[in-house]
Ligand binder design. Structure first.
Ligand SMILES: Cc1cc2nc3c(=O)[nH]c(=O)nc-3n(C[C@H](O)[C@H](O)[C@H](O)COP(=O)(O)OP(=O)(O)OC[C@H]3O[C@@H](n4cnc5c(N)ncnc54)[C@H](O)[C@@H]3O)c2cc1C
Length: 467
C-alpha cells in the first residue's frame, strides 16, 4: 500500500504554502523543503515515512483541501475558553482591537506599519516572558534561500529584522530546535497558515506546547512565491546573487502609507531606486502573479488561531499618514495587558477600535478569501461556506487570476529567467492586456461623466460608419 503523507496529499495537489511546519515536526526526518521549478517553496520526501505516522497531515492546514480556521478559533478563544471574548463574523472570537503605533525611537519608521510587532517581541523578551522570538531576515548566500526564520535573543536582533517580507520562508529548522529544547520559551510570528500549522503541532507535541508560549499573526491577503522578488529585483536592476538588503516597504516621508517602495541594496552598498508599491508590485499582487495556489483555498485573513493578529490600518483616517499605523486584534488577556502596559509607559499610542472597522480595513481580502471562496471551490466540495453571490466582474476576475497564477510561474521559469522581463511580458501579453483593460481602463471609463461617455460612443459610432 502506498504511504500517504503531506507530499502526496497536499504538495502534489498544489496546496502547500511552504510554511515548513510538517518538515520541522516529522519524527523520522523524512521531509525537507525545496524550491520547485514554479518558484513555490514546498515540502518534499527525502526518505521513507514511518508506516503509521500521519503527523505531517495532522498539522497541515490544507490537508483537507480547504483551510477554515473557525473551529480552532472557537476551541481556543470561544465561550468555553473563558477568555471574555466577543464574536465577529469575519474575525472570529477576540477580546478587543486597537489602532496605533509604537512611539519608541525609530520602531515605527522601520516597521512595516506601526512597528507594533517589533515592540511586542521586544516587550515579551525584556519582561522575561520568553527566551527567544522568531524573526525573518536575509539568509546567508550558502543556504540556498533568500530569507530565513531566525531566533532573536536581543532587542537589537529584533529591531534589525523589522518590516514585512513578501517571500516564502519555512520555519522547519527553528521548529526542530523548539522540539529539541522544550524548556526554552518562544514567541512565534507568522502569516495565518503558518500560525495554524504551529498551533496544530503544539496540540500534538507536548514538547512543542511547552516551548511555544505566544503566537503572533500577521494578517494576510495572499502569499507570492520566490519569483515575485526575482521579478522586482530584475526590475530594480539588482542581481539576485549580490543582495545585501531588501526592504519591501520603504516608507517615504511625503507619500501615503500604502505607497511604500521596494528597495534592494547590493554588497557594494549601492541601493536601487525605490520601486513604488502602486506600480509593478501592486499590479503583480492584484492580478495574482506568482500567487501560491493554497491561498485560493484559505479563509483566514485575521490569523484566527494566533494570540494576536497585526495588520495595516487601511482606513481613510490613517492611510494618509506616511509613517504607518497598525491595527491589532487581541485574543488573550496576557497580550491585552502587555499592550496596555506599553500605553501606560508611553511606549505605545493606542486607541480601542471596533472590530467592524478592522474588517473594513481588510475589505478586499475578506471579500476574496472568505465571501467568494465558494465560487472557487470544486463542485464536489460541500464543506465550503454558505453561498455568497459573485458578480460577473468577480467571476471574470477569478478566471483571469487563476490563469495568471499558473501562466506567470511557467513564463518566468521559461522566459523571464533566461531572456529577461521583456520576454516574460510577451508570454503574458494577452492576460496582461485583459488586466490593464479590466483594472485600469474600465474603472476609468466608468468614472467618467455620462456626457464624456456619450461623446466617446459617438466617436466610435462615427468610425464604424466610415468603415
Ligand atoms: C506575506 C504577508 C502578507 C500580508 N498581507 C497583509 C494584508 O493583506 N493586510 C494587512 O493589513 N497586513 C498584511 N500583512 C501584515 C503587514 O505587512 C505587517 O506585517 C503588519 O501590519 C505588522 O506591521 P508592524 O509594523 O507591526 O510589524 P514590524 O514591527 O515591522 O514587525 C514585523 C515582524 O514580522 C516578521 N516578519 C516579516 N515578514 C514575515 C514573514 N513573511 N513571516 C513571518 N514573520 C515575518 C519580521 O521579522 C518582524 O519581526 C502581511 C504580511 C506578510 C508577511
Amino acid at each position: 500500500m502506498a504511504l500517504t503523507n503531506v507530499v502526496t496529499q497536499v504538495v502534489d495537489h498544489g496546496l502547500c504554502s511552504g510554511c515548513g511546519v510538517c518538515v520541522g515536526v516529522c519524527p523520522s526526518s523524512a521531509l525537507d523543503m525545496c524550491t520547485l521549478a514554479n518558484g513555490d517553496l514546498a515540502a518534499y520526501c527525502v526518505d521513507k515515512c514511518s508506516e503509521h505516522c500521519d503527523l505531517c497531515l495532522r498539522v497541515c492546514p490544507f490537508a483537507n483541501g480547504l483551510y477554515d480556521p473557525r473551529q480552532d478559533n472557537v476551541n481556543l478563544y470561544g465561550p468555553k475558553a473563558q477568555s471574555a471574548a466577543t464574536f465577529q463574523e469575519h474575525i472570529g472570537w477576540q477580546r478587543c482591537c486597537f489602532v496605533g503605533f509604537s512611539q519608541v525611537e525609530n520602531r515605527r519608521s522601520r516597521g512595516a506599519s506601526g512597528g507594533l510587532v517589533t515592540w511586542c517581541l521586544e516587550a515579551l523578551l525584556t519582561n522575561g516572558l520568553v527566551d527567544k522570538v522568531t524573526v525573518v531576515r536575509l539568509a546567508p548566500q550558502s543556504s540556498g534561500s533568500l530569507f530565513e526564520f531566525k531566533a532573536a535573543q536581543s532587542v537589537e536582533e529584533i529591531r534589525e529584522a523589522a518590516g514585512s517580507v513578501y517571500h516564502p520562508v519555512a520555519i522547519s529548522d527553528l521548529l526542530r530546535e523548539m522540539v529539541a529544547e522544550p524548556d526554552t520559551r518562544w514567541a512565534v510570528v507568522g502569516v495565518p497558515c503558518l500560525c495554524a500549522a504551529v498551533r496544530r503541532a503544539t496540540a500534538r507535541l507536548p514538547r512543542l506546547q511547552q516551548s511555544v508560549r505566544y503566537i503572533l499573526g500577521l494578517a494576510c491577503g495572499m502569499l507570492q512565491n520566490t519569483m515575485y522578488t526575482e521579478m522586482l529585483l530584475a526590475k530594480s536592476g539588482t542581481c539576485l546573487t549580490d543582495i545585501a538588503q531588501i526592504i519591501y516597504r520603504h516608507k517615504s516621508p511625503d507619500g501615503p502609507a500604502n505607497d511604500y517602495g521596494f528597495i534592494a541594496t547590493n554588497r557594494e552598498e549601492k541601493g536601487s531606486a525605490s520601486l513604488r508599491y502602486m506600480s509593478l508590485p501592486y499590479f503583480l499582487g492584484r492580478n495574482a502573479y506568482f500567487r501560491y495556489n493554497a491561498c485560493n483555498y484559505c479563509k483566514d485573513v485575521f490569523a484566527e488561531v494566533a494570540d494576536a493578529c497585526f495588520m495595516d490600518a487601511w482606513l481613510p483616517e490613517y492611510a494618509t499618514d506616511p509613517q504607518g499605523t497598525s491595527l491589532v486584534v487581541v485574543r488573550t488577556e496576557a497580550l491585552e495587558k502587555l499592550l496596555l502596559a506599553g500605553v501606560a509607559a508611553d511606549d505605545l499610542q493606542l486607541d480601542r477600535i471596533a472590530p467592524e472597522r478592522v474588517v473594513l480595513s481588510q475589505q478586499s481580502q475578506v471579500r476574496r478569501k472568505q465571501e467568494l471562496l465558494r465560487a472557487r471551490l470544486p463542485r464536489e466540495n460541500e464543506a465550503g461556506p454558505e453561498v455568497v453571490s459573485a458578480s460577473w466582474q468577480e467571476r471574470f476576475d477569478w478566471w483571469l487570476q487563476r490563469a495568471t497564477q499558473y501562466r506567470s510561474k511557467r513564463a518566468w521559469d521559461r522566459y523571464g529567467r533566461g531572456y529577461g522581463r521583456f520576454a516574460f511580458w510577451v508570454a503574458m501579453g494577452d492576460l496582461a492586456t485583459f488586466q490593464v483593460i479590466f483594472t485600469k481602463v474600465m474603472p476609468w471609463l466608468m468614472s467618467r461623466p455620462r456626457r464624456v461617455m456619450r461623446k466617446m460612443a459617438n466617436i466610435f459610432g462615427h468610425i464604424r460608419n466610415r468603415l
